[in-house]
Ligand binder design. Structure first.
Ligand code: HQG
Length: 177
């Protein structure tokens, strides 16, 4: 398996399904590195050097080690309920959300909801949002009126790898652009 595919597998384990290799995450989303390597090794050749390379070279900086590299977690994107100690940060006036055309009619009714993840993911620029949207087909971009949401008491978080997160975005704060 290529390192890229192993990275996708790591994302499945650390965000969605640690049971796939028989491990657990703690309440802050940390997996024990020794257990993780042993678990992945049962499926494919894997070692600490490969894990370190994935973490260092991941284009979205999806993973973090703790200081002595005995623990590892995904920085965001989870579907399982863990508290990765996200920082609550005041957002820019406008953020963007890229999605697929097929979701538009539902978004018009319900606004943005996290679906299988813990948060709605927002991007700081349109280009990033287009790339996120393309994962779901023909991309559609919404702008999110964060200044109004903040004034109305909504909270925003910034993951350590720069993804903006919020619990939901009701329709009135969205504009298709
Ligand atoms: C859509 C990637 C119907 C939502 C990216 C999205 C991101 C609705 C899809 C991160 C809806 C969920 C997350 C509603 C929202 N009705 N559809 N009311 N509200 N949706 O993959 O934001 O590579 O869970 O628009 O870069 O696409 O994995 O979320 O299209 O940061 O690290 O439901 O995943 O990062 O899809 O992507 P996803 P997302 P990674």
């Amino acid at each position: 398996m290529s390192l890229r595919n192993t990275s996708k597998f790591l994302s499945l384990i650390l965000r969605h399904k640690p049971s796939e290799i028989g491990i657990d995450l703690d309440e802050h989303g940390w997996a024990n590195v020794a257990e993780l390597i042993t678990g992945i090794y049962k499926k494919q050749c894997f070692n600490m050097a490969m894990l370190e390379e994935i973490v260092a070279t991941d284009e979205k900086q999806r993973y973090s080690f703790n200081s002595d590299k005995t623990l590892i977690r995904a920085n965001q994107g989870h579907s399982i309920p863990v508290d990765v100690e996200l920082e609550e940060v005041s957002p820019p006036d406008i953020l963007y959300h890229g999605t697929g055309e097929k979701f538009v009619s539902s978004i018009r009714k319900l606004g943005l909801i996290p679906k299988s993840r813990l948060y709605v993911h927002l991007s700081k620029d349109i280009d990033t949002a287009i790339n996120v949207g393309k994962r779901h087909g023909n991309p559609i971009i919404y702008s999110v009126d964060c200044s109004r949401m903040i004034a109305d008491g909504y909270k925003f978080y910034l993951s350590v790898n720069g993804v903006w997160l919020t619990k939901e975005v009701p329709v009135k704060y969205l504009k298709q652009i």
